[in-house]
Every structure is written in structure tokens, then in C-alpha cells.
Design a binder for this molecule. Sequence first.
Ligand SMILES: *Cc1c(COP(=O)(O)O)cnc(C)c1O
Length: 393
Amino acid sequence: MGNRLDWMHQELEGLKNAGLYNRIRTIGSPQGAWLVVDGKKVLNFCSNNYLGLANRPEIVAAAKKGLDNYGAGPAAVRSIAGTMDLHLELERRLAAFKGVEAAVTFQSGFCANLATIQALVTKEDVIFSDELNHASIIDGCRLSGGRIVRFAHANPLDLERAIKENEGSYRRALIITDGVFSMDGDMAPLDEIYQIANAHDIMLMVDDAHGEGVVGKGGRGIVDHFGLHGKVDIEVGTLSKAFGVMGGVVAGNAVIVEWLRQRGRPFLFSSAMTPPDVAACIAALDILESSTELVDKLWENARYFKAEMKNAGFDTGQSVTPITPIMLGEAPLAQQFSRELFEEGVFAMALGFPTVPKGKARIRVMISAAHSQADLDQALQTFIKVGKKLGVI
Ligand SMILES: *Cc1c(COP(=O)(O)O)cnc(C)c1O
């Protein structure tokens, strides 16, 4: 045996010693308000199943029907072997839901970002990117070969400064921001960013992974929230969070979608979403378009939980969305808090450096429409009990 893999053992040991090793819990049930985690029944505040669609009977039934009618897999790349009409139907439905000319789906939100940024930017170009953008945006920017200029988080003045400083030094430019930022639950000031993009005639892209199905009228996303229809060039979304399935989408101008079908590398070199996934996403749209009930329930739950946590003396940070951070300060405290919650039957993740800045460790509570009033009250009592025990409140 050689020792060519020794470095990996050492790196893994290093992660464990630094407390940065990912220990992944095992879930033995479908997603929902309650889960079986490591064999124990717990209240779930970890997942992005905002509307409870992941295990909703209509969605599961639609996936089964997709499976019966179209089989398990697409068996090829769409541009080479043809595209199933089911995928085109989903794309038409997504475009109609978002109020845009066209949409194209990808295997995931991550792939959608890689595809889009690489197709829009090359090495003569520059990307203005919010410093807290998602990893898939960062990777897409790197793969594009374009020059990356970061601007201060959610700060239009700093964006303006960055553009002025770089004026004349590039061929084309693209501004990219997350819509809803997943660590704090705050939102990009997209209206002001649009004004700047428009004034400088720069392409504008927003990644609305945590806003799709959550913000805007009936969950139509951040562009709808700000009333910017037809003004934001590229809206990336995921079908893996509020939609409860798996997949990514790019929605916008017809010419952009046409371009991505020609130049989006994950579209050209990777197989499409599976038929049951596509059918399930169409069923999710049926539910979203039929009523705003689930989105309303999500927000009602989020407002109630946040208000009660504040009343109890917790710091819930800057969130304006159902993502509810409970600010605790140091990472070991957040980790202990999460462990104590789990012992008491509440599953909520601790986040520390480097996912969030040093000294800003927290528990991130993901609220869902699937939670009942009794679920929320039970969680509140547990948070208060653990908070008192650890001297946080
Ligand atoms: C979750 C997320 C993604 C990735 O979406 P997937 O569909 O899970 O690949 C991309 N961007 C942002 C901002 C996200 O939060």
C-alpha cells in the first residue's frame, strides 16, 4: 500500500479536531413537521419544506403517475435525444406562474446557477456579486472565467461604487444577488439594485431559491414581491425547497432561455430532471395556483413563532422571512443548544463559523406551513426551557 491517501486521513482528523467535521443525522421517515431522526421522533425545524409539499398526497400521487406514464428516467440529454413533452409542459407552467416569457429547467438549483453564469459571462466580462451569495453562484462565477467584483452585502451604494470603479474595464457586466439570504432570512434590496443595473445597462440576475413559493403573491417570488415584472433579466429558482421536489429553473426573457438551451452546459451535457420529479412539480404548481392558503399559513406560522420567541427574550436577528435565526454568539453554545433541543425532541440546526461570521453563531429555525399550532407551541416551550437552562434568557 502506498501512502497517497494519507493526506486525506490527516485533513479529516484536522476537521474533527477543529469541530468542523460534518456529522450527518439519518432520517427514517418522509419530510414533514415530524421526522424520525436517528431512530427518535422529533419536531422538524431544519428542512426547506416551506409549504409541506415534499410528502403531500397530491404530489406523491402525481409523481407515481409520472412514473407510470413516462418511466423512471429521461435516459439522455435533452438536446441530443429529444425532450419529453412533460418537461416542456412544466416549463410553460413555470413561465406562466412567474409571469415571464419563458422558463427552462435544470437538474437542481445548483446546476441552474452553474449553467446560467457560464453562459452569460466570459473572461472579458465582469460580475458584480453580493459578498454573501450562495456557494453555487460563487462556483458559477469562477467557472465563467469572468472577473469577480464583490460588493458589500445588500448594499446598493457599495454596488454603485464597484461599478464606477470598474467602468470602461470590461466588455459586458452582470449583477448577481441571492433574493432571500438563507443564513439571516433577510432580502436583497432588489428594487434599488434594479435601478442601478438599469442606469448602467448591466444584466441583472437574482437567485430566488429561498423566495420561490415563499415571497411574492402566492409564492411567485422576489420579482413579484418588488413588482419588478419584466425588469429583472434572469430569475433562478429551485424546485427543491418550497416546491418539495428536486430541480432548478431559470425564468425570464425568451431570448435568455433560448440561449441557455444552446449554451447552458448542464443542459447540454447532463440528463434532464426525472419524469416523476417533473410530474410532481406540475402538481406543486396546481396547488400554488389554486390557492394562497399554504403560503399564508407559512407566514402566519412564522409571524407567530418569531413574536413569541422575541417575547421570551430571544434575539431573532434581521429576518424578514420565515427563516428564523436565534442568535447565540459563540459556536459551542449554539452546538450545545442544538443538542439539548434534540434531547427534548426538537430538531434544529446550529450554524457557526465559517457558515456565518465568528461570534454570530445561531440556531436556524426553518418554519413550515406543515407545522400545526400545537407543534409551534411545543417548540416554543422547549426553546424556553433550554434557553433558561443555558442562561440565554
Ligand atoms: C439551496 C440553494 C441553491 C441550490 O438549490 P438546489 O436545488 O438544492 O440545488 C441555490 N441557491 C441558493 C441561494 C440556495 O439557497
